[in-house]
Ligand binder design. Structure first.
Ligand SMILES: Cc1cc2nc3c(=O)[nH]c(=O)nc-3n(C[C@H](O)[C@H](O)[C@H](O)COP(=O)(O)OP(=O)(O)OC[C@H]3O[C@@H](n4cnc5c(N)ncnc54)[C@H](O)[C@@H]3O)c2cc1C
Length: 462
């Protein structure tokens, strides 16, 4: 496709100020936060401000057979928003309004570019809460969260993005016609009219169409002050034992996160929060059950950590100290990125297998001589061993890649999955094919072909 023809066609369709062809700006819009995923060169980008503009972009690109790569904030960790050479990057971040908050029905309607934390703040003014809380909530968009079915810290108790999406508007193609906008799903708490197309779109990584509006389910804002339980372990695997035991005993913290020494040290060196990185791993649990039940639950979690071999366990409702640890959890990824290119793993295993998987991670890292830092939504079994390599060291990169693939195989062997929340993007394509049943892969390919026969929606991803 001739890039000039494409730019001329888009200029005719769009108001001034939407089209981006400046090479430096295009370069910044052409990749997400997955440093290791390859990115192509886009022909142009469009900063869309309305569904109508998204429709015009999709129609034009479909006519010219140009790929469209949707993008929210670009915080993805799998290369899902990375440009395909010659594509149009469709930046949805300017569509950032919270269009409606309906406290009577505990729902809100938001545009895809709304930042997760901004949505939380807007609904909090009505005494409401939008639970999904990826650690990227200060930056990532609801559209990106929907497209990746983002998880987060409190998803252990409250569920992932999919559990909060009631309806969508999307600009689609295929049988409806490229550039048509459709409404999927509903506004009611229940509803089984037709196939669950919302469920199909959530987590589809922009490969089925462009999400232009999301109707989300809300909860009443929590009223009680949460209790924090912190356990320190001299062995990483023992912290995994505690996670398995907490699950086995039927305890339900709202949050159960793991941070190893390498993460704590990296955050402390950067932010000086006053955290002592003396233990091999910390488990951070948060209990939000109100009243005496919450007190007993926190005590039971503390006892379980001690039983699993914690060197110390502390409980608190004092926010300052606990918040410093949760801040450390949220800052771990950017803190490690400062040390060199980070290859981010996102495996998820059955929770009883967390200790074995942690052990296996250590063995694989040692075998390949790679430096690992572990953070995890441990209570979900969702582990993020992060491989940090020295800059410009090709042999370290090769070793990191080999370790990365072995982590995937180990997770599959333990009955787990290659991606718990970041999505397949570019980094997990091979792993997904190793994990999924061939029949499942064939069904997915058929769905994609039916909904996007021209293969313009984020091709080559997922
Ligand atoms: C520090 C840090 C912490 C993180 N913590 C978490 C975490 O705890 N849990 C978690 O799940 N993830 C986490 N992530 C990963 C990332 O933030 C999530 O995947 C997030 O959902 C991506 O949102 P985004 O707006 O940045 O989307 P982008 O990265 O821009 O895009 C992500 C995917 O969605 C598609 N997409 C975006 N918008 C649309 C749309 N409107 N319609 C259709 N497709 C679209 C893109 O094509 C791409 O495939 C973290 C990332 C960082 C950098």
């Amino acid at each position: 496709m001739n890039a000039n023809l494409l730019v001329e066609a888009l200029s005719r369709e769009l108001p001034p100020g939407r089209l981006v062809i400046d090479p430096d700006v295009l370069a910044a819009l052409s990749h997400d936060d997955a440093e290791w995923a390859p990115a192509g060169q886009p022909a142009a980008a469009v900063r869309a401000r309305s569904e109508a503009e998204v429709q015009r972009v999709v129609r034009t690109c479909a006519e010219l057979r140009v790929p469209v790569v949707p993008r929210g904030a670009g915080t993805g960790l799998s290369g899902g928003a990375n440009a395909v050479t010659g594509c149009v990057v469709l930046d949805l971040s300017p569509m950032s309004q919270v269009a409606e908050i309906d406290p009577d029905n505990l729902i809100a309607v938001v545009q895809p570019g709304a930042i997760n934390n901004d949505v939380k703040a807007a609904v909090a003014e009505h005494g409401l809460w939008y639970p999904p809380d990826p650690a990227s909530a200060p930056w990532s968009t609801i559209g990106g969260n929907v497209a990746t079915n983002a998880g987060g810290l409190c998803c252990l108790k409250y569920g992932v993005t999919r559990d909060y999406v009631l309806g969508l508007r999307a600009v689609v193609g295929g049988p409806v016609g490229y550039g048509e906008a459709v409404r999927l799903g509903r506004r009611t708490t229940k509803g089984v009219a037709g196939l669950d197309l919302v469920g199909l779109f959530v987590g589809s990584e922009g490969t089925l169409g462009i999400v232009t509006e999301v109707t989300i389910r809300l909860r009443p804002a929590p009223v009680s002050t949460p209790r924090t339980v912190v356990g320190a372990f001299s062995e990483l695997v023992a912290s995994g034992e505690a996670v398995a035991q907490i699950t086995r005993r039927g305890l339900t913290p709202a949050v159960l996160e793991l941070l190893d020494r390498a993460c704590l040290q990296a955050v402390e060196d950067w932010k000086h929060l006053g955290i002592e990185a003396d233990a091999a791993a910390l488990l951070l649990a948060r209990v939000d059950t109100p009243g005496e039940s919450g007190v007993s639950e926190a005590a039971a979690i503390a006892a379980t950590m001690a039983d699993a071999g914690a060197i110390w366990v502390e409980q608190s409702t004092d926010d300052a100290e606990a918040e410093a640890l949760f801040d450390a959890r949220r800052l771990a990824y950017p803190a490690l990125e400062r040390l060199g290119p980070v290859l981010t793993e996102d495996i998820c295993v059955p929770r009883s297998r967390v200790p074995q998987m942690l052990e296996q991670i250590g063995k694989i890292a040692a075998a390949h001589g790679v430096q690992i830092a572990n953070i995890a939504h441990a209570g979900d079994g969702n582990l993020h061993p992060l491989i940090v390599t020295p800059p410009h060291d090709d042999s370290a990169r090769i070793a990191a890649q080999a370790a990365f693939e072995e982590f995937l195989d180990a997770a599959i062997a333990f009955g787990g999955t290659v991606t718990g929340e970041h999505g397949v993007g570019l980094l997990k394509r091979d792993g997904m094919r190793r994990e999924l049943d061939p029949g499942s892969l064939a069904l997915q390919a058929a769905v994609r072909k039916a909904l996007d026969p021209r293969e313009i929606f984020n091709p080559g991803k997922g």
